[in-house]
Design a protein. Structure first.
Length: 259
């Protein structure tokens, strides 16, 4: 099996190295990751300018492509140009911080996996809930077991799965739970800082409230809060099919060009 591994925390991130180690058990791992942190970049891609790529030795452990672009760039470029063998699986992570609820929309980790799904590969995003001492090696071992189960179940081409591992706490994880994506909004805010010369900076911060974590008991946010490894199947098709018939019945104006 040929596996393409990427992330959004950068090619030197410890989560990437931990995931590389365990994925080698499944086959040959090809690494293409950003040359710098690209968190919350979503599914941005680089258009209209060149992308710098360097082949580097990571942590004296493995070689990978360091890409001067976004997470989705890394997967697209690797699949189209850098990897010269057929890719069987795309994996992104391990992200330093959970990607649940609306954060899925912003996540570069999920975007890298989603790009793999768009290109027709089975794809998995892996994230670790942020804690005082993130244990990526522990999370990687758990992720490998989940990935093996997904592959054994027949994860097919173009399918995307989001996996979140809870913080490294006593008694966690309690198990694996399949859950929907929550739609809770973070209580975010901007920290204002005024600099010399009247320049003002705003820095975004925020978190999910306790109420948000418990409001949707079937959701990824709630399951992670309860200490479970959360598995959420995602789709890149954003069509709201429940509204198609209603919109088709609208008395639309005549917009044809006359004369």
């Amino acid at each position: 099996m040929n596996i393409l591994l990427s992330n959004d925390d950068g090619i030197l991130a410890p989560g990437l190295a931990a995931l590389y180690r365990v994925l080698c058990e499944l086959g040959t791992v090809h690494v293409a990751a950003p040359n710098s942190v690209q968190s919350a970049m979503g599914h941005a891609i680089t258009v209209g300018e060149a992308i710098e790529v360097r082949r580097i030795h990571v942590h004296n452990s493995f070689h990978g492509w360091s890409v001067g672009g976004r997470p989705a760039d890394c997967v697209k470029l690797a699949a189209r140009q850098l990897v010269d063998v057929p890719i069987d699986l795309v994996v992104s992570g391990i992200n330093d911080g959970a990607n649940v609820s609306i954060n899925v929309l912003y996540s570069g980790t999920v975007a890298a996996a989603a790009e793999g799904a768009l290109l027709g590969y089975p794809a998995i995003a892996v994230s670790l809930e942020r804690g005082a001492e993130p244990n990526f090696e522990w999370a990687a071992d758990i992720a490998l077991r989940v990935i093996k189960a997904l592959l054994a179940d027949g994860l097919s081409a173009g399918r995307l799965v989001n996996v979140n591992v809870p913080d490294f706490l006593p008694g966690y994880p309690k198990g694996v739970r399949v859950a929907t994506q929550a739609m809770q909004i973070m209580t975010d805010f901007y920290e204002r800082k005024e600099l010399l010369g009247g320049i003002v900076h705003y820095a975004l911060d925020g978190e999910f409230t306790e109420e948000a974590r418990t409001e949707e008991p079937e959701s990824d946010l709630h399951a992670l809060h309860e200490g479970y490894v959360v598995v959420t199947p995602l789709t890149v098709d954003l069509t709201d099919r429940s509204r198609l018939a209603r919109l088709e019945a609208v008395d639309w104006p005549d917009v044809t060009v006359s004369g």
